[in-house]
Design a protein around this ligand. Structure first.
Ligand code: PLP
Length: 493
């Protein structure tokens, strides 16, 4: 039998029967946070629609071995990709009958890939710019920084106001330089769920003759439905002049299984530099719109099946349930003395902070976890306090009434426990750390002190780890977490 924490060698001497292998996977999966049940507020998107998982899994299986590498060999995939792109374009102000009838796009593996490709297309449209630059608000997703890093594009980060959590459009405009190839903004941001002033930012970009990407990876599939339900959602899509590309993740609020995002461009000329083509070798001429070359048809078929099954009316219903869940959760937060919403919810995020030093957010996160609610702590950053993030999906709606009492109970326990105080030896060690001086021995000592060592994964209570990270500057956070994660990523023995 396998060790349920570490798994087994993936290559046994003799092959194992199918039912045994599946039992092993189920045993491993039992350690995971619950992907269904409406109590996990990050990582997963659950509409709680009966039968949807089974449908998506069947569709996935039907196309898992089809290869998106060559759309002429597998027209089924091409058809489904085009259908997904068309649906996304239609939802986001493009397509036939709109003011942006020429919208085209690609299906990518996720939001990060969509953003990397948006940056690549913008960069490669300007081969004459030797040192290209990207303007992004501080609240922009970390994937923009990853894109900049991978593509050697310099990043100009514009601060966001601690009150509105948005960048000042004038500051965005002022950050545009002759070398700027792309200006980016979010609709909405992941961390706080607020929409950037897209119209003003896109106008400034257009005035400077620079592309403008709207990262709607997170909320692009929900905002149009929330608007139809009466919410006042400012224009953020291709109806806004100057918006040249938009990303929207189908594996988020389109509720498709993981591995699908759509990157849209206003017209084919804008998309052209996204492609990579190579004929200078003896094999097949490679033509790729995306980073991966071989691409499984599984995620595409699963997303296609999900959209077809849920339909426009289904997404409207799911958005309504989500909207009501957001309102209920926000009320529960408002009812607690010492907690403050970071922003009034305008999409599907509830994000709050503590205004009371006696109410330690990181302890509260652990107390909520102990009560079966899995929230996401966010560390202090550039004048913004630490906060707790809740990504709300339709599956949360039936659970909302249980949240308020559990939150109140968790708050009482948090106050009783008092704030985290780091052990003196850990504090002393942490005080001497810089990213440059971090050695494997130091990291090993820290990991042991924090209960992260021993190959057993993360400890149940993370408040001490989060407090330490919160006290560290971003560069040290990055180094520490890389080291901690690399301690976890070891082959099974
Ligand atoms: C606004 C936004 N952009 C980009 C991403 C990156 O998406 P992925 O994790 O699919 O790569 C996310 C993920 O949460 C997001 O919220």
């Amino acid at each position: 039998m396998i060790d349920e924490r570490t798994g087994a060698s993936a290559l046994p001497e003799r092959g194992r029967p199918a039912d045994e292998v599946l039992a092993e996977i189920r045993a491993l999966r039992a350690q995971d946070r619950p992907t269904h049940g409406g109590r996990l507020f990050a990582y997963v998107y659950d509409p709680a629609v009966p039968g949807l998982d089974e449908l998506a899994a069947s569709a996935y299986a039907a196309s898992a071995h089809v290869n998106g590498l060559d759309p002429t060999a597998f027209p089924s995939l091409l058809a489904m990709e085009n259908a997904l792109v068309g649906a996304a374009a239609g939802l986001l102000g493009g397509g036939p009958g709109s003011t942006a009838p020429g919208v085209v796009g690609s299906v990518t593996s996720g939001g990060t890939e969509s953003l990397i490709l948006a940056v690549k297309a913008a960069r490669d449209a300007h081969p004459e710019i030797a040192e290209p630059r990207l303007v992004v608000p501080a609240s922009g997703h970390a994937a923009f920084a990853k894109a900049a890093h991978y593509l050697r594009v310099a990043l100009d980060v514009v601060p966001v106001s601690p009150d509105t959590l948005r960048p000042d459009p004038a500051a965005m405009a002022a950050a545009i330089r002759p070398e700027t190839v792309l200006v980016a903004c979010s609709a909405p941001s992941y961390a706080h769920g607020v929409l950037d002033p897209v119209a003003e930012i896109a106008a400034a970009a257009a005035e400077a003759g620079v592309r403008c990407h709207v990262d709607a990876c997170f909320g692009g599939w929900t905002l149009p439905y929330l608007r139809r339900l009466g919410a006042s959602v400012p224009p953020f899509d291709f109806t806004v002049p100057g918006v040249t590309s938009i990303s929207v993740d189908l594996h988020k609020y389109a509720y498709a299984p993981k591995g699908v995002s759509v990157l849209l461009h206003r017209d084919p000329a804008l998309r052209a530099p996204q492609y990579f083509a190579y004929a200078d070798w003896p094999g097949y001429t490679m033509v790729n719109p995306t980073i991966a070359s071989t691409r499984s048809g599984g995620p595409i078929a699963a997303a296609y099946a999900t959209l077809r099954h849920l339909g426009d009316d289904g997404y409207l219903r799911l958005a309504e349930a989500t909207r009501d869940a957001v309102a209920g959760l926000a009320d529960a937060v408002r009812a607690v003395d010492g907690l403050r919403l970071m922003a009034e919810p305008e999409s599907t995020v509830v994000c709050f902070t503590s205004t009371d030093p006696g109410l330690d957010l990181f302890v509260l996160v652990d107390e909520l976890t102990a009560r079966g609610w899995h929230t996401q702590p966010q560390l202090a950053y550039a004048g913004l306090p630490p906060s707790v993030h809740l990504t709300v999906t339709a599956a949360v709606a039936p659970r909302v009434a249980e949240f308020g009492p559990d939150l109140a109970d968790a708050v009482a326990a948090t106050r009783a426990a008092g704030p985290v105080t780091l052990p003196a030896d850990l504090l002393a060690l942490a005080g001497t750390l810089t990213p440059e001086t971090l050695t494997p021995e130091l990291v090993g000592g820290l990991a042991a002190g924090l209960g992260l060592a021993g190959g057993k994964g993360a400890p149940q209570r993370m408040a001490t780890v989060n407090t330490l990270l919160d006290a560290a500057p971003p560069a040290l956070r990055e180094r520490l977490l890389v080291e901690f994660v690399s301690l976890l990523q070891r082959p099974a023995g």
